[in-house]
Design a protein around this ligand. Sequence first.
Ligand code: C5P
Length: 223
Amino acid sequence: IGKITIAIDGPAGSGKSTVAKRVADALGILYLDTGAMYRAVTLKALRAGLALDDEAALAKLAAATALEFKQTADGSYHLFMDGEDVSAQIRTAPVTKAVSAVSAVAGVREVLVKQQQRIGRQGGVVMDGRDIGTVVLPHADLKIFLTASLRERAYRRWLELQAKGDTVTIDEVEEDLKRRDAFDSGRSVAPLRPAPDSVTLDTTALSIEEVVERILALASSSF
Ligand code: C5P
């Protein structure tokens, strides 16, 4: 089971990263947060003042960006962009607002998908994102599509933001999720959708532990 590949896709706020991290820990395998990679390229593009519709410039920027997940002193993994720890900055509102536009650029996806596939090829990885089961790891041993009602997802994301001291309202969070989901599902390249051979888990009424347990049970029966 140490060589299993698990793809977890789903809309924003469905609990993908929390669940993927726990599943990876339980199996003693790697967790790769592909959304963080799109966020890092977006952060760099914003800093460089690039127009979010300048596809050629965005693709060139992605190709010239070094991304690396490294374990820090407290044991958690942080994302380093060109040597700088950007883990906190990639979660800020301006990045969240711009990331869907940047991730819709085919040239950007080409660069990042290649890196993700290189990591996936070694096996022993849980990857989460929007196109993992459909594009990045079409041969994954297990594909999960995580969903939850929009209100529940907004509530979960709002709790996280509150904990960070953010004063945003739950309705604002809901609007942002709705906009991002529509954009991610409607784009022409690698739209968010369940792979035909994926298992859909609606987590609206499930605890994190319950979701993790179901995925672990599916993992042991699919590898
Ligand atoms: O998962 P997270 O919410 O951090 O992802 C941020 C954004 O990155 C998504 O809204 C989506 O536009 C993009 N993304 C993507 N493909 C992935 C992962 C994330 O397009 N595999």
